[in-house]
Design a protein around this ligand. Structure first.
Ligand code: ZN
Length: 225
């Protein structure tokens, strides 16, 4: 049985979560979001969770080996046997090396890295235009793409619409700066390794999904040859 072990990369606002959900539906690949695993393990007070919490409480970054330990544990669950979609890790070359080594020890390897590419200006436009209802945060609008009937007012309950702190342009630009600083060397790293697959993320979610699905289907065929 061929595995599909994938990493998902892309800037904030690239719609990675949406694409990950669809890949799970299309190919049965579990979405392993390292931020979610970390939070869950800390909340459950597992051994690795306790270790991580110690660093977090001290205001320190959780070391790579703790995160990798969580990923490796997660990969041991049944649904990840035929492959996985890793999101949020690695973030730099050293972490990529450490992950490759940990996978090798499991007799597994990465098959590809999917980069959902979206230019900064598009990210800013997508995120900075978002408005959220103060009464119900699941009521979400966009000033350009999905505006409410009356500016600043929720269509569903008449409550006020606000821009979240995370969606402010300065905040987004700062996150993008961090993203580029961290991720560009990683993109080059995986490009050199011949693993990088670029997906044009500027098109609508449906088209991006078609491209992702075609790319993954091709990978699966190649693995079977
Ligand atoms: Zn509302």
């Amino acid at each position: 049985m061929s595995e599909l072990n994938l990493i998902l990369l892309g800037p904030p606002g690239a719609g990675k979560g949406t694409q990950a959900d669809r890949l799970r539906d299309d190919f049965g690949l579990p979405h392993i979001a390292t931020g979610d695993i970390l939070r869950a393990q800390v909340a459950e007070g597992t051994e690795l969770g306790k270790k991580a919490k110690g660093f977090m409480d001290a205001g320190e970054l959780v070391p790579d080996e703790v995160i990798i330990g969580m990923i490796i544990e997660r990969l041991g669950e049944g649904d990840a046997r035929d492959g996985f979609l890793l999101d949020g890790f690695p973030r730099n070359d050293q972490q990529a090396d450490a992950l490759a080594e940990a996978l090798r020890a499991l007799d597994r390897r990465l098959n590809a890295v999917l980069l959902v590419d979206v230019p900064d200006e598009d990210v800013v436009r997508r995120l900075a235009g978002r408005r959220v209802c103060v009464k119900n945060p699941s009521h979400i609008y966009h000033v350009d793409f999905d505006p409410p009937k009356h500016e600043g007012v929720c269509d569903q309950d008449g409550a006020r619409l606000i821009q979240r702190e995370d969606d402010r342009e300065e905040t987004i630009r700062r996150r993008l700066e961090v993203y580029h600083h961290q991720t560009e060397p990683l993109i080059a790293y995986y490009d050199r390794a011949g693993l990088l697959r670029r997906i044009d993320g500027t098109r609508d979610a449906e088209e991006v999904h078609d491209h992702v699905r075609a790319t993954v289907a091709t990978l699966r065929l190649e693995e079977k040859l």
